[in-house]
Design a protein around this ligand. Structure first.
Ligand SMILES: *[C@@H]1O[C@H](CO)[C@@H](O)[C@H](O)[C@H]1NC(C)=O
Ligand SMILES: *[C@@H]1O[C@H](CO)[C@@H](O)[C@H](O)[C@H]1NC(C)=O
Ligand SMILES: *[C@@H]1O[C@H](CO)[C@@H](O)[C@H](O)[C@H]1NC(C)=O
Ligand SMILES: *[C@@H]1O[C@H](CO)[C@@H](O)[C@H](O)[C@H]1NC(C)=O
Length: 508
């Protein structure tokens, strides 16, 4: 036989073994490559099969509306951290809480909505319009209007619903969300984006991350400010919201302070300053920089539910403010809008509101971020540095300030000495952050490229994308995938056995 002939020739025999071993190794490599390819293709196929999904949330705040478009791979809707922001669009015109006063302004705002929605329609494939949920949530501006004039707030919502229903999307709801919902949804957004609720382990199973810690959330809007953080104790009360997410219970403390958003706090401070000034045509404002002055109509300050109107109030009265740049005096004005004394429980933030001690890391976004960035820096800071930089900021002359911070609009810049004192007082004396806990506050506006706010958490909750039960997803659900994995695994094992036999034969 041929075989015998080969056996006789030692050199030929060696080459034969080499070829066989080479062939077998090739097969081994090929089957491993096959396994990897199947696993990779599985992933790509899946997202092709399900495609991307979209959701739209309109955040109607007290100063403006913003339209957010979110995107996620369809098959992964219950995973944490997979939803990202596709685009956002700022609606021009007045905020919705100022609608139904002047028809021209309403039309301007509706044009603003149309312009943004036109852009949204370009970003979402037309065949997905019908399956894209659309929500509108209104916050503190509308809460105030609802308290002041319920009929007008209802009319605004009716008009908006009419408009939103006419769009090709799956319109869900346009409503005023409560302060607590706003706080809770902000907390959900932060922790969802950071992947704090759920993690895939080595076996592709979902588990709660090791030593899972959630991050607290602090939001500063125009008319209200929210704080929310998870606590260990099972305290209960109106500000404690027990939620169960992915099979794990959290007790979230959350409070929203109406009238303590940036714009309303500004007005409260101005009202204090006016009250202490004898001459309305020359009011020294210690929170404005040297070299700055401005004339305001009284209605710009008093036309809000947050402030009691003075006796013989004239909305058209002109008030003239001159900057006197006195950081210490400004700090005193800021503190006067808080009540740190009243408290009927063991610990309070301010105005008699119960709050357990702050624990863990926090993210401070929206107004907190913009003010901190203008005064000192974004990211993490030290309490004393923050405090010291406020004084420097407040004592910088107006022309110099404009030159130093040319990326901040003048309209905001002139208020930032006050606002910096405001957020410092709110965080240190209100929420009671000290030198140790302040270090854990991250002043930021985004996580992984997605804006942080209540809107994402709201959409996730409203579309049932945050299951309360544990989720268990095994990788081998697809029969083709399982079959291919089985085939290549078998091939790998067979090849290993063959290699083993050849090696034994060569050695003995
Ligand atoms: C709209 O939202 C409000 C407040 O969140 C809720 O009470 C109402 O049930 C919602 N309506 C629909 C149709 O989902
Ligand atoms: C107000 O500011 C302008 C410059 O913006 C300046 O010309 C004017 O003298 C100031 N008025 C007072 C009373 O300080
Ligand atoms: C901030 O600095 C001022 C002096 O500029 C000081 O009086 C105050 O106690 C400081 N606040 C805190 C909370 O450290
Ligand atoms: C997501 O969760 C919802 C409700 O818990 C469930 O009906 C749905 O099938 C889940 N989707 C996926 C892809 O797991």
């Amino acid at each position: 036989m041929n075989c015998l002939a080969i056996n006789k020739m030692a050199s030929k025999q060696k080459i034969g073994y080499k070829c066989r071993i080479g062939g077998v190794f090739f097969l081994l490599l090929a089957s491993i490559a096959g396994l990897v390819a199947v696993a990779v293709i599985q992933d790509t196929w899946k997202s092709k099969e399900y495609g991307l999904q979209y959701g739209i949330v309109i955040d109607s705040g007290s100063s403006r509306s913003n339209v957010f478009v979110y995107e996620w791979p369809g098959e992964k809707q219950n995973e944490t951290g997979v939803v990202t922001e596709k685009m956002n669009c700022r609606v021009s015109g007045v905020s919705i809480s100022k609608m139904k006063v002047d028809e021209n302004k309403d039309n301007e705002t509706l044009q603003g909505f149309k312009k943004c929605m036109g852009e949204v329609m370009k970003k979402i494939p037309a065949e997905k319009y019908e399956s894209t949920p659309l929500f509108l949530g209104a916050t503190a501006g509308m809460r105030l209007l609802h308290a002041e004039n319920e009929q007008r707030s209802n009319e605004v919502l009716v008009t908006l619903r009419e408009y939103l229903t006419s769009l090709p999307f799956m319109f869900q709801n346009a409503s005023i969300i409560s302060g607590q919902e706003e706080g809770l949804y902000g907390w959900i957004t932060v922790n969802y984006l950071m992947g704090n609720f759920l993690q895939k382990n080595l076996w592709n199973k979902y588990v709660r991350p090791q030593g899972a810690q959630t991050v607290g959330s602090m939001d500063l809007g125009g008319a209200s400010t929210q704080i929310a953080f998870a606590i260990q104790d099972d305290l209960s009360g109106p500000d404690y919201m027990p939620v169960k997410l992915y099979g794990y219970p959290y007790n979230v403390y959350t409070h929203s302070f109406l009238c303590y958003g940036k714009a309303e706090a500004d007005k409260q401070g101005l009202a204090e300053i006016i009250q202490g000034s004898p001459d309305p045509s020359y009011i020294m404002n210690p929170c404005y920089p040297i070299g700055f002055n401005i004339t305001m109509k009284a209605s710009m300050i008093y036309n809000t539910e947050c402030i009691k109107k003075p006796p013989n109030y004239d909305p058209d009265q002109e008030l003239f403010f001159v900057g006197s740049a006195n950081s210490e005096a400004c700090g005193n004005i800021v503190r006067s809008i808080f009540d740190f004394e009243t408290c009927s429980s063991s610990q309070c933030s301010f105005n008699g509101v119960e709050q357990p001690p702050v624990t863990g890391a926090f993210m401070a976004y929206a107004g907190f971020f913009y003010i901190a960035r203008a005064v000192l820096s974004e990211g993490y800071t030290v309490l004393n540095d923050f405090n010291a930089s406020i004084e420097t900021f407040c004592h910088t002359e107006w022309q110099q300030l404009k030159a130093n911070k040319d990326w901040v609009s003048e309209q905001h810049l002139r208020t930032y000495c006050y606002s910096a004192h405001y957020i410092f007082t709110l965080l240190s004396q209100g929420y009671k952050f000290d030198e140790n806990t302040w270090k854990d506050i991250n002043f930021a506006s985004q996580v992984k490229g997605t804006s942080v706010g209540w809107s994402l958490g709201y959409m996730l909750s409203m579309s049932n994308m945050l299951p309360s039960e544990e989720i268990d997803v095994f990788p081998m659900t697809d029969p083709l995938f399982a079959g291919l994995i089985f085939l290549f695994s078998a091939l790998t094992i067979v090849t290993f056995v063959v290699v083993f036999i050849i090696l034994i034969r060569t050695c003995y």
